[in-house]
Write a protein that binds this ligand. Structure first.
Ligand code: GDP
Length: 364
């Protein structure tokens, strides 16, 4: 999962490390040169039988070389105290490579910029004490920058289900083929593992074959499915699902909806009718991680049409770029809540930004 991105983040760490090592070597050479010069002047003074620096004499004038680069002197001083300071110039190239890497990984532009800004701010002026390694400093900065953008709006999904009045209705939206119906069945299993019963309701009355598709999943996971004829009113199907749940003491209603209508206006009208009729606790947007930028764009569009509460990102197992997982929360202001990690019904993971970032930054 997200291996390509992981590799690229590793390259950034290596590049900064290289820059700092070069600088450290230069500072070391500078310090050694200064020592040698002092030693030379001492021995020359001894040979001439004179004190090295006559009392009251002005300090030795800086050589041309030194006055050229006060930065080098500061670095040499920092080195003498066991520290190397990271400056903007050291980061220029690695940051440029990082930006390219993020964009190539389908991270949305504004999200990539936010990550770069945070990394730059955190690292510049940072002094690498000899107890730290540059890799650790870079890792901390990247960790914080990534967690900041990924965890926008994060909330505890299970707690929200626990606290909500039953039955809890969750409506799913998103285009067809991304794994929406599979995810509904997976979530039904996930909830079952945590002691919550659920019923499925097929509000995708728009598309031919939608009933058969979700019925098959319901059968596979052994759940009741409520459906109406194609062309029926989606709000009415989900309403029936809620009635069924009330009558049978079922905790959660998982309602599918059409993935795409003629216009986003139709989509909004449909979702707002569902909202009026059944007042869902949450509307979750489903898309596939492998769609990268397209998934980010669609998340934005759906969220603009009808506010979503979070995203389920499927096919993360097949995605090496990670761009959608990194960008969607920041772009929509709503968190990624689950990752689909395979075709089996238990291939679903609650999204944990800290764990994801730790994994992205772990050294191979
Ligand atoms: P829908 O049209 O959006 O409802 O899509 P489906 O639920 O029918 O899924 C489309 C295809 O994606 C199916 O072959 C699923 O098995 C597959 N799929 C769904 N979720 C995942 C996932 O997390 N990982 C992988 N690798 N495949 C998935």
């Amino acid at each position: 999962m997200f291996d390509g991105l992981k590799e690229k983040l590793g390259s950034f760490r290596d590049e900064v490390e290289e820059e700092v090592e070069e600088k450290e070597a230069a500072a070391e050479a500078e310090a050694a040169e200064a020592d040698a010069e002092t030693a030379d002047s001492v021995s020359a003074a001894e040979e001439a039988d004179e004190p090295a620096t006559p009392a009251g004499a002005p300090e030795r004038e800086s050589t041309e070389d030194e006055s050229d680069s006060p930065g080098r002197l500061r670095q040499a001083a920092a080195f003498a105290t066991g520290r190397v300071i990271i400056e903007e110039g050291d980061l220029e190239e690695p940051l440029w490579s990082l930006e390219m890497a993020l964009l190539e990984s389908d991270v949305e532009m504004s999200v990539a910029e936010e990550i770069l800004d945070t990394v730059r701010e955190t690292l510049i002026g940072e002094s690498r004490k000899q107890v730290d390694t540059t890799a650790e400093l870079v890792e901390d900065a990247l960790h914080d920058a990534l967690v900041d953008v990924i965890s926008v709006g994060q909330f505890d999904f299970e707690q929200r289900i626990a606290d909500a009045e039953k039955p809890v209705t969750i409506v799913f939206t998103g285009v067809n083929g991304v794994g929406k119906t599979t995810s509904i069945a997976k979530l039904s299993e996930w909830l079952g593992d945590r002691g919550y019963s659920s019923v499925l309701a097929n509000g995708d009355t728009y598309r031919a074959g939608a009933n058969e598709q979700i019925e098959k999943h319901a059968e596979n996971v052994g759940r009741k499915i409520i459906s109406h004829e194609q062309g029926g009113d989606p709000a009415a199907v989900i309403y029936d699902g809620v009635e069924y749940a009330k009558a049978n003491d079922v905790d959660v209603v998982l309602g599918d909806t059409a993935g795409r209508l003629h216009t986003s206006n139709d989509l909004m009208t449909q979702l707002s009718k569902i909202h009026r009729v059944v007042e869902p606790e949450m509307t979750l947007f489903v898309d596939e991680a492998v769609a990268g930028q397209d998934a980010v764009e669609r998340a934005k569009e759906f969220n603009d049409a009808a506010e979503i509460d979070g995203t389920v990102l499927t096919k993360a197992d097949a995605d090496s770029s990670g761009g959608a997982a990194i960008s969607i929360a920041h772009v929509t202001g709503r968190p990624v809540l689950f990752l689909g990690t395979g075709q089996g019904y238990d291939d679903i993971q609650e999204f944990d930004p800290e764990a994801l970032v730790d994994d992205l930054l772990a050294e191979e």
